[in-house]
Design a protein around this ligand. Sequence first.
Ligand code: SAM
Length: 212
Amino acid sequence: MTTSMKQHWDNVYSSKKINQLGWYEEISAPSLELLSKCAINKGVTLLDIGTGASTLIDSLIEAGFTNIIASDISETALSKLRERLGKEKAALVKWIVDDITNPVHIQSLGEVDVWHDRAVLHFLVEEDERNAYLATLKKVVKQGGYVLIATFSLNGAKKCSGLDIRNYDEKLLVEFMGEEFELIEHFDHMYYMPSGEARPYIYTLFQRKQKI
Ligand SMILES: C[S@@+](CC[C@H](N)C(=O)[O-])C[C@H]1O[C@@H](n2cnc3c(N)ncnc32)[C@H](O)[C@@H]1O
């Protein structure tokens, strides 16, 4: 695990209130919209990469999903989320502290039906980091499984949380995902930070093709 990145994110989550973070959503509406397009039941294995303290997890529990995996490089972020959920709800989630560019635990999860990532991939600016991310994704997402990725769009911010960003549009994400994945749906989404500042995102939904 990259200690400096882990420290960076632990510091971010220790120093700010969750609802003041520049990516806080009261409801993860665009992610839930894409999820509603997937032909899945509530028992599917749903892996969230870089969960942070996202309210998506609250919504998934509320919706009745029973196999949720929340993962993040920051233990502090996940602790804050566990605290908000309370013991009973937190016990319904599997928690993994892992660096997606050098994962130790995610690799051995077995197959997952849904991979969700909002605002994590765009922090991976180096080719080897992107390659490691994709290799892990391909290792765990089953055939027919879904991949939801949301990043800053091409006209979006160039930095977040003091870190450099790699911007995408749907074409760049299609190129990144490669031929094994089919783009099912995509849309632009304007997110407004708690400060009121606009942050344009691109949301994509891919499905892994079945091998014949
Ligand atoms: C901008 S936040 C988004 C959090 C959450 N997905 C959301 O939408 O609220 C980025 C998250 O990715 C996590 N992260 C950054 N680099 C990571 C890495 N290499 N591996 C796993 N998580 C990482 C951070 O700790 C942080 O929680």
